[in-house]
Design a protein around this ligand. Structure first.
Ligand code: NAD
Length: 271
């Protein structure tokens, strides 16, 4: 263990189980000395999140549905009661009606468009506002501020069949990262995103033909493999620690290089 995150306190939002991207990031942060608090969505998930939090030495678990602003306010009030100040936040949250994560984007309903945008994009803005209010002010020696990290996907940049409205929400999320970085920069609060390659998680299982996406990425990425939650965790540690002190507004690909490839690899078999 290094002392990279020693003395730093952070909130992890979006842990569902030990397959979650948030778990890969949390493990890495705890390994390097961070103190963590967790939010969970609903009682069913609390049963899964509690033992994981305990494994990392945390007993701060707060219920929070990010689509409900009163709920979000209450969650940050509870956190304030524990800690007073906050150094970083991981926002690893996305949701859409899975019946619209297959078929055509043109068939997206207004209700699901608004819900997907609310939970998957606006929630970062709502979280950033509340988290920033808890981050230490910049001192004369330049210390203070904090780091906010969200998770996005290549479907924001290019069309990925079935990703549909979630791709549009991720595009809004990525642009939000830039606007939030600019708003919060003067307070030394950095805002970045990791664009992760496909990983089998609960949320990903809702995406139509996800197994094909996984296989395609494995065969066609420059590294010829899929990424793991530990790969995402390593990059998360960089963004949430002082190693990335000069970096904000960034969307960083952790995808085995897939985003630089323009066509099928010569050595990739048909699938
Ligand atoms: P996951 O199912 O483990 O995590 C998704 C989390 O979102 C869950 O903890 C769920 O409780 C939470 N959530 C959904 N609606 C919520 C709400 N209203 N309020 C509070 N929490 C809510 O899946 P994951 O793949 O680890 O997803 C984490 C993030 O990573 C998401 O933003 C996802 O889009 C992104 N991502 C995933 C992949 C992938 O292939 N798995 C790739 C790139 C980006």
């Amino acid at each position: 263990m290094t002392s990279l995150m020693q003395g730093k306190r952070g909130l992890i939002m979006g842990l569902a189980n030990d397959k979650s991207l948030a778990w890969g990031i949390s493990k890495k942060l705890a390994e390097h000395g961070a103190q963590l608090a967790f939010t969970y969505q609903g009682e069913a998930l609390e049963k899964r999140v509690r033992p994981l939090a305990e494994q990392l030495g945390s007993d701060i678990l707060i219920p929070c549905d990010v689509s409900d602003m009163d709920n979000l306010d209450a969650a940050f009030e509870t956190l304030k009661g524990h800690w007073g100040q906050l150094d970083f936040v991981v926002h690893a949250i996305g949701f859409s009606d899975k019946s619209e994560l297959r078929g055509k984007y043109v068939d997206t309903s207004l209700d699901n468009f608004l819900m997907t945008m609310n939970i998957s994009a606006y929630s970062l803005v709502a979280v950033a506002k509340r988290a920033a209010a808890m981050m230490p002010p910049v001192a004369e020696d330049g210390t203070g501020g904090g780091s906010i990290l969200t998770l996005t996907y290549y479907g924001a940049e290019k069309v990925i069949p079935h990703y549909n409205v979630m791709g549009v929400a991720k595009a809004a999320l990525e642009t939000s990262v830039q606007y939030l970085a600019n708003d919060l920069g003067p307070d030394n609060i950095r805002v970045n995103a990791i664009s992760a390659g496909p990983i089998k998680t609960l949320a990903a299982s809702g995406i139509g033909d996800f197994r094909y996406i996984l296989k395609w990425n494995e065969l066609n990425s420059p590294l010829r493999r899929n990424v793991t939650i530990d790969d995402v965790g390593g990059s998360g540690l960089y963004f949430l620690s002082d190693l990335s002190a000069g970096v904000t507004g960034e969307v960083h690909h952790v995808d085995a290089g897939y985003h630089v490839v323009g066509m099928k690899q010569e050595d990739a078999p048909d699938i």
